[in-house]
Each structure stands twice: as structure tokens, then as C-alpha cells.
Write a protein that binds this ligand. Structure first.
Ligand code: 6PG
Length: 241
């Protein structure tokens, strides 16, 4: 159900953008939740035939600082589940060059690619769609609690040192995410229920939950949750079955 709903939103956003502008720009999420969405887009005949694959510019909301063939790579996951199975244009798959040792340089290159490829709105590149996941600690993309990237107010992409991972992550920042037309959060499973309640039904100022700072300036946020992830939410918040 979650994958079906997400695929429907993705396909409609893509068709609409291509109808309006001739192209569709999307930033994919990493982790495990989006695998079902990507696989459905690539294999469900209805979705596959609806999506204007050759007009899409694919980016990633974040990437691990590993080579593209690494099991940890978000690029590898999206390529295996979707991109290798659809007629995407190779030159429009904007992979983060995360095999390079200098994470700060990788972030600069990626930011330059975004600025050169995505039309700006009010001075910031404006993605048609950004797909995000959420961690149980409230992180999204690679914007983890207590990390420097949370305070970044100018750069579009940074190399964010994540102490608990002892690794850099290349991540889009809030200025870029909040410039998008549409942001969808995908969350599934009981383990996400508590953080979703704290974000969507805060009883007082929920602290240090980065996903709460995703507030598109001139765009929409959709939370696409399965029943288990939504299980602690007040029924009035939930639309759709
Ligand atoms: C990543 C993602 C990250 C992910 C969350 C949820 O690179 O891992 O960008 O933000 O979306 O950690 O991950 P799951 O979908 O695996 O729960």
C-alpha cells in the first residue's frame, strides 16, 4: 500500500512537471524504505508506462562517502532497484562522486552539478520532488541531530561529519530541501511510530528532530506512512487508508 501510494505520487508529479516544463527533477532517498517504491516504479506496468523516464533528472538527497559499488551506496540501491531497469538517460543520472577521498570537494562538485542542472526559483535550485526517509532519531537525508549541517543556511550541499557513524555523509541542506515544490517522507514499521508522533503531534517543543525543520517555503510536504508507522498518530491526522 505504501509503495503503491508513493509510486502514484511520484508518477503524477513527474507527468505534471514534464507537462509544465518538459522535465522533472527528483532527489531520491537512501536507506531501505524507498526500495519498494523504486522497485514498483520500475516493474509495475502501469507506473512504468506512465513515468516519462527520459525527461527525468535523478539526484540523491544524500550519499554515503563510499564508492558507487559499495553495499552502503544509495546510488547502488537505486540503480539496482530501479535505474538499471528503466530507460533513464545516463547523462541525467547525477551520481554523487562519493568515491573521491575529499568529502568537502565531493560536496562542492555535487552542489555545482545541482546549480547547473536545476532551474532556480527565488534564487535557489527548485526540485520538483524530494523523497526523504526518517530515522528513529528524527534525522532525514544525512541531517543528523547534533551535526553541523543542521545550521547550514547558505550551502545547498555539504560534507557532514556524523560522529556516531565516524564518517562523512554528503547531504542536501535545509535551504535546498525547503526550496522544493514537493517533499514526500516515506516511513514504515512500528519503530518509526514514536518519532512520527513527536514530529507530527508535538506535545510542546519537540527538540532536536531535524525532520521537523523540513518546511518548504513555497511547496508541500506529504507524509506517506504505513499503518504501523502511523499507529500512534491521532486518527484525525490520517487521510487515505
Ligand atoms: C540514508 C537516508 C536516511 C534514511 C533514514 C531511514 O542515506 O540512509 O538518506 O536519511 O532515509 O535513515 O532509513 P530506513 O528507510 O532504512 O529506515
Amino acid at each position: 500500500m505504501l509503495d503503491e501510494a508513493a509510486a502514484d505520487v511520484f508518477a503524477r508529479a513527474a507527468v505534471d512537471a514534464v507537462r509544465r516544463t518538459g522535465r522533472f527533477s527528483v532527489a531520491l532517498a537512501g536507506g531501505s524504505t524507498p526500495k519498494g517504491l523504486y522497485s514498483r516504479l520500475a516493474t509495475d506496468v502501469r507506473c512504468r508506462n506512465l513515468v516519462p523516464w527520459s525527461e527525468i533528472d535523478f539526484f540523491w538527497g544524500d550519499e554515503r562517502h563510499v564508492p558507487p559499488g559499495d553495499p552502503q551506496s544509495n546510488y547502488r540501491m537505486a540503480n539496482e532497484t530501479m535505474l538499471s531497469k528503466v530507460p533513464a538517460q545516463p547523462e541525467r543520472v547525477h551520481r554523487v562522486q562519493s568515491e573521491h577521498a575529499d568529502a568537502a570537494l565531493v560536496a562542492e562538485w555535487y552542489e555545482a552539478d545541482i546549480s547547473a542542472s536545476i532551474a532556480s526559483r527565488a534564487g535557489t535550485p527548485c526540485f520538483d520532488l524530494i523523497v526523504l526517509g526518517i530515522g528513529v532519531d528524527g534525522h532525514t537525508a544525512s541531517l543528523f541531530p547534533g551535526t553541523a549541517a543542521l545550521a547550514e543556511g547558505n550551502r545547498l550541499v555539504v560534507a557532514n561529519w556524523v560522529e556516531m557513524l565516524s564518517a562523512h555523509r554528503i547531504t542536501m541542506t535545509f535551504p535546498l530541501i525547503n526550496a522544493a515544490r514537493l517533499v514526500i517522507f516515506l516511513a514504515a514499521g512500528e519503530e518509526k511510530a514514536d518519532v512520527l508522533r513527536r514530529i507530527l503531534e508535538p506535545k510542546g517543543p519537540a527538540r532536536n528532530l531535524p525532520a521537523q525543520l523540513v518546511r518548504p517555503i513555497d511547496g508541500e510536504v506529504l507524509w506517506l506512512l504505513d499503518g504501523a508507522a502511523a499507529s500512534l498518530l491521532n486518527a484525525s491526522l490520517i487521510t487515505g487508508t
